[in-house]
Design a protein around this ligand. Structure first.
Ligand SMILES: C[S@@+](CC[C@H](N)C(=O)[O-])C[C@H]1O[C@@H](n2cnc3c(N)ncnc32)[C@H](O)[C@@H]1O
Length: 198
């Protein structure tokens, strides 16, 4: 996303009516040292209740800059780091929890990001996703397929038709809990590294 002000403005009604409750459900009890990937303007920050520290990353410095006012209103430390989710500048097993909210849809190669997440997440850590995904109904999915090329151009690379949970499973994560909303379009999932995955 290139313009953080426009992002917050456009998202505000959806944030109020739908997303805030989903963020609370998905992230309120996230624990320990948290890495957020594609954290943007920091919309998730007000919803954490139990974290020790959050490292908020995004490739867009402009988005991160706008997160500062939200970061100043929370009780835990927030460090911002400009970083691409496909090349994380952190050592192995550095984080207790990794959070991605509405960002895997925009990462050019989600498989690469998920491999990086596996590397920097502790083996007993948790990945929490809040994403819109490909709907498991052929008619809706084909509409998503047709809309995606135009939507990608309008929205800086967002894909409407990614089967993100299936991709995460292929990349070595096992779903612990999952909740669907909006006819299967929105999903909140908690996943853990699958120790049997090679
Ligand atoms: C729709 S916004 C979501 C922002 C925030 N997570 C939220 O929930 O409001 C998508 C974010 O993904 C980021 N993004 C795009 N490509 C990325 C990449 N390769 N790695 C990590 N984040 C990326 C964008 O800069 C943008 O901030």
């Amino acid at each position: 996303m290139r313009n953080p002000f426009i992002y917050d403005l456009v998202m505000a009604p959806f944030e109020r009516t739908v997303l805030a409750a989903w963020r609370r459900h998905a992230f309120a009890d996230a624990q320990g040292v948290v890495l957020e990937i594609g954290g943007g303007t920091g919309c998730t920050l007000p919803h954490y209740r139990q974290v020790e520290r959050v490292v908020l990353t995004d490739p867009s410095v402009l988005m991160l800059r706008r997160s500062a006012s939200r970061a100043s209103r929370v009780r835990f430390a927030v460090d911002t780091v400009a970083a691409d989710g496909m090349r994380l500048p952190f050592g192995a097993a550095s984080f207790d929890t990794i959070v991605i909210s509405l960002a895997l849809c925009s990462v050019p190669e989600p498989e690469r990001a998920l491999r990086e997440i596996r590397r920097v997440l502790r083996p007993d850590g948790e990945l929490r996703l809040l994403e819109h995904i490909r709907v498991d109904r052929p008619v809706v999915a084909s509409i998503q397929d047709r809309l995606t090329p135009g939507w990608r151009r309008l929205s800086d690379g967002c894909h409407l038709n990614r089967p993100t949970i299936a991709i995460a499973e292929r990349c070595g994560f096992r779903v612990d809990t999952i909740r669907y909303g909006m006819g299967g379009w929105l999903v909140a999932a908690r996943l853990r590294p699958d120790p049997t995955h090679t």
